[in-house]
Design a binder for this molecule. Structure first.
Ligand SMILES: C[S@@+](CC[C@H](N)C(=O)[O-])C[C@H]1O[C@@H](n2cnc3c(N)ncnc32)[C@H](O)[C@@H]1O
Length: 219
């Protein structure tokens, strides 16, 4: 396949060379479009250091991707999909299919809902065995908050947007989303094992990883 554009969607601080690193956060916008102001605010210690820079491509991924059909060879999205409403994720998957060339690869990494709910169930099963007056909801609510609340509150002001998780995936849901959009050879993958040769540059999290391919012969 000819080397064309590779998109790293929802890049956050992960911005290697050779990839178009896309993010929609306010901080990405300031660091990219008003780089002098961002540098000044960092110097004055009003902003924390950031990896966002002039090269960061600022896009709201809830909108159509500004790339022509069949123009992209690979798409990576690490810990982005769970920040989108399910309907928005379905739309973005269709957009990814449109911009990828035949033979192009999409790779999605999300926290695994099965791990999350298994732990929840384990805590519940411990609590429910206790006499009613000794049961406490604290561990269950703390666990729930890990996914739905703390993700937002732990972030530094202006560092990022879209912190709340809006959906939770498992292997079946995520694979099905890709297949329904038209992708083939959809399968769960191991960390850093990919059809994308320099995936190690963008992949930081060993969570649930699913990859698919746009069908057809590469030009
Ligand atoms: C949890 S971070 C993931 C960072 C990195 N990809 C990684 O694997 O560690 C999610 C990123 O997605 C970005 N994001 C969330 N919603 C977005 C949207 N609608 N448009 C563009 N970027 C978005 C956030 O700004 C944030 O930087």
């Amino acid at each position: 396949m000819s080397q064309t554009i590779k998109l790293n969607l929802g890049c956050g601080p992960v911005q290697p060379k050779g990839w178009v690193n896309v993010d929609g956060s306010i901080r990405a916008k300031i660091a990219s479009k008003l780089n002098w102001l961002d540098n000044l605010l960092v110097k004055l210690r009003l902003f924390p250091e950031t990896e966002f820079n002039k090269e960061t491509r600022v896009l709201n991924l809830l909108r159509p991707l500004p790339f022509p059909n069949d123009s992209v060879s690979a798409i990576y999205a690490g810990e982005l999909w769970e920040h989108l409403k399910l309907s928005d994720a379905v739309k973005l998957t269709a957009e990814c299919f449109r911009v990828l060339q035949a033979g192009g690869v999409i790779r999605l990494v999300v926290p695994d809902g099965i791990d999350f709910w298994s732990k929840y169930l384990a805590i519940f099963n411990e609590e429910v065995k206790l006499p009613i007056e000794e049961r406490s909801s604290t561990r269950l609510s703390n666990h729930t908050a890990m996914f739905f609340r703390d993700i937002c509150t732990e972030r530094v002001l202006l560092k990022s947007v879209g912190h709340f998780h809006k959906w939770q995936y498992d292997e079946i849901q995520l694979s099905d989303q890709l297949r329904k959009a038209g992708f083939v050879d959809v399968a769960r993958c191991k960390f850093h094992e990919s059809r994308i040769d320099d995936v190690d540059l963008v992949e930081r999290s060993d969570f649930l990883i699913v990859e698919g391919v746009k069908p057809g012969k590469p030009k």
